[in-house]
Design a protein around this ligand. Structure first.
Ligand SMILES: [Zn+2]
Ligand SMILES: [Zn+2]
Length: 308
């Protein structure tokens, strides 16, 4: 029996054969639930198998959100008007490149990511990640997601930096750097080993969080994964608009930050924020190179003066 309600007798009360029937029964017996909670509960009741319901939900959510978010970038690439905001305006991805990338990403979704997605629910149960309605408060979800963004960014910085060393780059990360001028679809174009290890930041950090707190809702995870997908796709979009988030939040990385990484193959290792690259002096691009050299020169002069 599904664990969607804390009170299991409710399950027998609202369950019928059709999805719409379940939705209307929930409206009758649980009118206090909001519309998303009603459909969420109806999905689990209709599927009548929590493992399958979670697996399918995550897989479909990932596929839909990924390609849905890539589509506007694909359209923008076809419209010359938008070139004024393209970071590398002479490098527009060809149809052939985009088609190849699309096929590779889709294949890797089915082959690599399908397995962890199907084994996700049993792990959630063991860890205490709940599927029950009602959902946690928006404030709680927002705080948890903000924390996941910070933790994922930290993991991404160090793992990505490691991927730029010798054999890790040669045999694994080089695949992702096929495109020196990235585009939305290229966000998940990577070697399976990279998808797994960088993906740990997205899935592993919430797991560590729930191991510590014993409390996390699966819906919070769905929202977090969707936002993280949007961040990854947008940072590969190749466009920096006057209304991009990094113009309002200076510590937000955005496309400008990650485009430089693809362009110069070095520096700007973090995913969402700029603070790691700023503090550890690994910012990418010619301007950062000049300021880094200037800093080194000043340090050397200081040392010479000290020794005189
Ligand atoms: Zn890289
Ligand atoms: Zn990239």
């Amino acid at each position: 029996m599904t664990a969607i309600f804390a009170n299991s007798t409710l399950v027998n009360l609202v369950k019928t054969d059709t999805f719409n029937g379940i939705v209307s029964n929930i409206e009758t017996y649980q009118p206090q639930l909001n519309v998303i909670e009603k459909y969420w509960a109806s999905w689990y009741l209709f599927m009548d198998n929590d493992k399958l319901a979670t697996g399918l939900l995550f897989f479909l959510l990932h596929e839909f959100m990924y390609f849905f978010r890539c589509l506007p970038w694909f359209i923008i690439d076809q419209i010359p008007y938008f070139r004024q905001w393209k970071i590398q305006p002479t490098k527009i991805p060809s149809m052939k490149e985009q088609w190849y990338c699309f096929k590779s990403v889709l294949l890797s979704h089915f082959l690599v990511e399908a397995i962890p997605i199907w084994t996700f629910h049993p792990m959630c149960e063991r860890l205490g990640i709940t599927i029950q309605v009602p959902f946690p408060t928006i404030k709680r979800m927002a705080l948890e997601i903000a924390l996941f963004f910070v933790l994922e960014d930290m993991w991404h910085y160090w793992a990505h930096r490691l991927f730029h060393y010798g054999i890790f780059y040669k045999y694994i990360h080089k695949q992702h750097h096929r495109y020196a001028a990235p585009f939305g679809l290229a966000a998940e174009y990577a070697h399976p080993a990279e998808t797994m290890s960088l993906g740990f930041g997205t899935v592993g950090m919430p797991i560590l969080y729930v191991m510590y707190t014993g409390n996390l809702h699966l819906f919070t995870l769905c929202v977090w994964i969707t936002l993280r997908l949007f961040q990854a796709i947008d940072s590969h979009s190749g466009y920096d608009f006057p209304w991009s988030l990094n113009k309002f939040l200076p510590f937000w990385a955005g496309a400008e930050h990650h485009d430089l990484h693809h362009h110069y193959f070095i520096g700007n290792y973090a995913s969402s924020f700029r603070w790691w690259d700023y503090c550890l002096d690994t910012e990418s691009g010619p301007e950062s190179k000049v300021s880094r050299e200037e800093k080194m020169r000043r340090r050397a002069e200081k040392n010479v003066k000290k020794n005189i």
